[in-house]
Design a binder for this molecule. Structure first.
Ligand code: COA
Ligand code: ZN
Length: 316
């Protein structure tokens, strides 16, 4: 008997392997392989896929083909094809590539913002305001991601007040309604997740919050369940658990999409995703990258699959 079976809440898992994942890979994945991966992810039932980022190709050469990937994908009705954008130049590129949604990024940590985006937090915020108004005029959906919300590898603790203030300003001055609190280097833990989500929801009740965890210290899925307890229904995750920010020391993989969906399903939540198809795509990605990835379900299988496979066939 599953004690959580009565929950039956729908949880939205937002796929970020194509952006957060591939940006931290040593090699360049060819464009046609990226296109195939996005198409497979969409056909497994994921409703939001971060396809690439429109950043400087010198900063992230792995994603220099963002336009070509957007151009090559088969757009599936109902799927939101998103892109990460750091500035107005990126916004213009996203509009001409016909991204459905832009994820405007800045960091809650001044030091990480300068390392990653080569500008102050204040300058990033001004860029976001301008980019958000361009997006609104062009009819694109807009979200914002606040990196290092749960701590910074360079600055240590980030005061909750700092996160609350940026959220408030993103909403009231940039007109953004959907904000993702990102744990860029896996510094979050469940009690902190519950506390910070509670605080930002209190100070910005009109916003919708999503969570983005990295599993750097093994707390990724525990943090998701803390987020669920706090009422969050949107989580970023990366196929096969790949990922990491090249400009954040010690950053490692995102929480793993198929591991997360399995954990949610066995806990009575709905995600609308075909888990077997996703596992197949995760294995394909691992082969393509040519190295072992952190995902666990693709090695172990879903919890009842092994039992079925091990059951002896009746003698004839
Ligand atoms: N897309 C493509 N090129 C861009 C760009 C964008 N969004 N923004 C700037 N550039 C180009 C400029 O045209 C300029 O090119 P040039 O040297 O050929 O003239 C060059 O990049 C430098 O522009 P500048 O505005 O001075 O940028 P910068 O060097 O200060 O870098 C960012 C600022 C934000 C563009 C860069 O730090 C960046 O792309 N960071 C993203 C890092 C990232 O993706 N991290 C992981 C995800 S959170
Ligand atoms: Zn990340």
């Amino acid at each position: 008997m599953n004690p959580w079976a009565g929950r039956q809440r729908t949880i939205h898992v937002q796929e970020v392997a194509m952006r957060d994942g591939l940006q931290s890979e040593a090699g360049f994945v060819p464009t046609e392989q990226k296109v195939e991966l996005v198409n497979r992810l969409a056909s497994s039932g994921l409703q939001k896929i971060e396809v690439s980022s429109f950043v400087s190709p010198r900063a992230i050469p792995q994603l220099a083909d963002a336009e070509a990937v957007f151009d090559g994908i088969a757009r599936r009705p109902g799927v939101i094809y998103a892109a990460l954008v750091p500035n107005v130049r990126g916004m213009e590129r996203a509009i001409s590539a016909r991204a459905d949604e832009v994820n405007l990024v800045m960091s809650a940590s001044e030091s990480h913002n300068r390392a990653n985006l080569r500008m102050s937090g204040a300058a990033s915020f001004e860029a976001i305001k301008e980019a958000a108004s361009l997006a609104a005029a062009a009819g694109l959906r807009v979200t914002a991601s606040l990196s290092c919300s749960f701590g910074c590898p360079m600055e240590g603790e980030i005061p909750a007040q700092t996160v609350q203030t940026w959220c408030h300003r993103l909403i009231s001055e940039a007109g953004i309604r959907s904000i993702t609190l990102c744990d860029t280097t896996g510094m979050a833990y469940p009690a902190l997740v519950e506390e910070l989500v509670g605080l930002v929801r209190q100070s910005s009740p009109e916003a919708e919050f999503a969570l983005h965890f990295h599993n750097t210290r093994g707390l990724g899925l525990a943090n998701v369940f803390a987020g669920l307890e706090a009422g969050v229904v949107r989580f970023d995750a990366a196929l096969a658990g790949i990922g990491g920010c090249p400009y954040a020391p010690g950053a490692t993989g995102n929480i793993c999409t198929e591991d997360l969906i399995h954990a949610l399903k066995v806990s009575g939540y709905q995600c609308g995703v075909d888990l077997d198809a996703l596992i197949g795509t995760a294995k394909h990605l691992e082969q393509l990258l040519g190295h072992i990835t952190p995902g666990q379900l693709m090695k172990a299988g879903p919890r009842l699959a092994q039992r079925a496979a091990a059951t002896p066939k009746p003698a004839v």
